[in-house]
Design a protein around this ligand. Sequence first.
Ligand SMILES: [Zn+2]
Ligand SMILES: [Zn+2]
Length: 423
Amino acid sequence: MDINQLLQGVDCACEKKHTCDIKNIYIEKNAAARLTTLCSNNRHILLVADENTFAVAGEGVVLALQGKQITKVIFPGSTLLVPNETAIAAVQAAVDGIDLIIGIGSGVIQDLCKYVSFTCRVPYMIVATAPSMDGYASNGAAMITGGMKVTYPAGLPVAIIADTEVIRNAPIEMLKAGYGDIIGKFSALNDWRLSHLINGEYFCQYIYDLTYAQIQKTLSLADGILKRNDASITALMEALIIIGILMSFAGSSRPASGSEHHLSHFFEITGILDGTPYFPHGIDVAYSTVITAKLREKILSRPFPSGIYRTSPETHTTTMNRIYQSAADGCIALQEKIGNYTADRGYLQKEDSIRAILAETPTSDEIVQMLSLADLDIAEFYELYGSEKIENAILYAKDLKDRYTVLWMNYDFYGGDANVQGY
Ligand SMILES: [Zn+2]
Ligand SMILES: [Zn+2]
């Protein structure tokens, strides 16, 4: 697939004209050299990186920008960078007089640049250092503000640059994470189909098919990822970027983020609130995809209940306060606004179609097998989080988001029943 061709946009059968505002994407050896031409009209450029990402990719960037005025914000490499108010302030403080921001790094650095670019109205470019997540080409900036993970709308990068020699040598955990994020799309796509059926949500077969094709291509080259095989890593990076473009086409992250991402956000948020460890994003997504596959299997194995589970508002508030602490009020207000707890889904009338959609995804055993290709073992997930936390995620991760997924179906059907081991 020619990515730059895709950037031209598509007149689609879904009646949308799909567009994406990214101008150039280069995934190649010595890609940083492209910056000389790409930045020919820029005079004062802000580079944002951490010590590690600057060490692996900074030199090529500086070389390509010779003659420009350069300001740098380099975060310490020894501590985990969190995209919170402190980090935002550090970048914003350096933006004065800048006409372009270049983020050198992966997830957090890019989210920071994206956010500051949007709030300060300065364009940005990305120099990717790892094929670790699909956010490079997405317009959502995943930040931690007020102690909560919030995805802010933000602009797209003018260009994405990925030197294949740099990304190929990224830490092995980041390669696993990128692969895991791709495997999660099985679950996200299924949730999209489900919400289209239940809620009449917008759906595009072209985007669905192209996302699916990216998962399959990545899977076909999976055994080369940990070997740092050139073709496998390039394909993984392409898949992550193409899926980002497809989010632009869809107008939301819907094709790429469903119940599996909601579970991963739960582990991240509660980890931040409690000061407990959690996996890198794509690895949490990978393991959570096993869990959401189990939920679909559970629903398929039982008769549909005749009614929808509901609890009293008092019990609900108490539970939310226990789970989300300072973030509980925000979750309650969000769900009140959307009306998820009072919606009548019409499940029984649509039972046959629902069963057909749920049965389309790989089984949990198949997902476990796919993850093993990248040395990802679900046992470490059970061990780190334990059954209580996983069950809480299954029941309450849905409250963090405005999006309908299989987590809502499980809750509507079975309420407090979230036993993961017993399926
Ligand atoms: Zn379409
Ligand atoms: Zn993701």
